[in-house]
Design a protein around this ligand. Structure first.
Ligand code: ATP
Length: 356
């Protein structure tokens, strides 16, 4: 397995990019650890597949270099990069048996047949297709075919990295959950470098050690699921991660005091917002306290989603979302307070660098 270094990668699909807007990837400069499980997460069109294809060699970047363990692979074909790939839709041989489909990548590399057999059997167990081993792949459901694709990606243990592009899209929800946890277990056991594209935050947060959040062709934050939840470094990350996303409210800052909606809150330390005075205050719906103290709000809607209630309210002309336990009482004259330790501050034009 290999460390993947992305050096000043930029990519434009058109021949003559005229402005930054023409770049599908603007500036990706990062090093991903050997054996790390990285999820590329972001909305449709943010550049996830473009970046994955650049790592796999399906696409040559307009600018920049890719290195595997320090070796420049930018001009190497996909095959010579020695990676395994699993795509959104199954890529398998319909006329071969399930067993032979899984054995193919190993036999292709002249792995001894005894080892082929033990690896294939392990994978058959994992994807729950032991009883189907001797059947041809033709006639299997899309779900079963995709499990074979996934198995083929995992069967070799000598690859530099395994790249996944939304591989669980066609799998039914229950099996999705099982495969996700098995993938996580296999990753722990074999320590392969894994890059996994998804637009589903649950998928990204449950299995990746590091989630790479992308927005408009850039990486806006790389962090553990907890870091992304508790300390989003960018307003987009706060908004995108979490369900519902983080509240963002205009505020004023002076030293370690923040004024929002006529109420001044004292923070433990002055926020890192440069010289900005007008800032955005970010607070997750889970950390807004609803009661009879604090700033008055107008309740607009209460949605009961089982174990919790999601309360939509208006506050000084802004929307604020609050999550409370299912049995909470919603006071008629509701007020809110924000837990000072859970507040994140953002300067309007402030764009933070990413952390590895
Ligand atoms: P999705 O989740 O929808 O797959 P994504 O995050 O993977 O989206 P990309 O497919 O990498 O995003 O696309 C990034 C940008 O590049 C988008 O604006 C897209 O329209 C553009 N793009 C992607 N492929 C091509 C192509 N072959 N030719 C021209 N533009 C492209």
């Amino acid at each position: 397995m290999a460390k993947i270094s992305l050096e000043h990668i930029r990519h434009a699909y058109g021949p003559t990019p005229k402005s930054e807007k023409d770049y599908a990837l603007k500036e990706v400069h990062h090093e991903w650890n050997d054996g790390g499980a990285y999820a590329l997460l972001g909305p449709s069109g943010c550049g996830k597949t473009t970046l994955l294809n650049i790592i796999s060699g399906l696409l040559r970047p307009s600018e920049g270099r890719i290195l595997f363990d320090g070796l420049d692979v930018t001009n190497l074909s996909t095959q010579r990069r020695n990676i395994a790939q699993v795509f959104q839709f199954p890529v398998i041989y319909d006329t071969m048996t399930v067993y032979d489909n899984l054995a193919f990548p190993l036999r292709n590399r002249h792995v001894p047949e005894a080892e082929v057999d033990s690896r294939v059997r392990e994978i058959l167990e994992m994807i729950d297709l032991v009883d189907w081993a001797k059947r041809t792949a033709r006639g299997l459901t899309a779900d079963q075919k995709q499990k074979i694709s996934l198995g083929r990606g995992l069967v070799r243990n000598d690859v530099n990295a395994i790249l996944f592009d939304e591989p669980l899209t066609v799998i039914d929800p229950h099996m999705k959950w099982i495969l996700r946890s098995q993938l996580k277990r296999l990753h722990k056991q074999f320590g392969f470098t894994m890059v996994y594209v998804t637009h589903d935050q649950t998928e990204a947060l449950t299995f990746a050690d590091k989630v790479v959040v992308m927005y408009e062709g850039e990486i806006v934050q790389i962090g553990t699921p907890v870091e992304l939840f508790e300390r989003p470094s960018h307003t987009f990350v706060g908004y995108f991660i979490g369900s519902p996303g983080m509240n963002l409210l205009p505020a004023k800052v002076a030293g370690n005091s923040v004024t929002v909606g006529g109420q001044t809150i004292t923070l433990a330390a002055a926020p890192n917002v440069g010289s900005a005075n007008k800032v955005e205050l970010g607070i997750r719906p889970e950390f807004v306290r609803l009661g009879r103290e604090g700033m008055p709000v107008d309740i607009v809607k209460v949605e009961d989603i089982g174990r919790q209630k999601i309360v939509r309210a208006r506050f000084e002309g802004h929307s604020v979302t609050i999550v409370v336990p299912e049995d909470s009482e919603i006071p008629a004259e509701a007020r809110v307070t924000f837990e000072p330790t859970r507040i994140n501050m953002y300067a309007d034009s402030w764009r933070v660098g990413t952390e590895g």
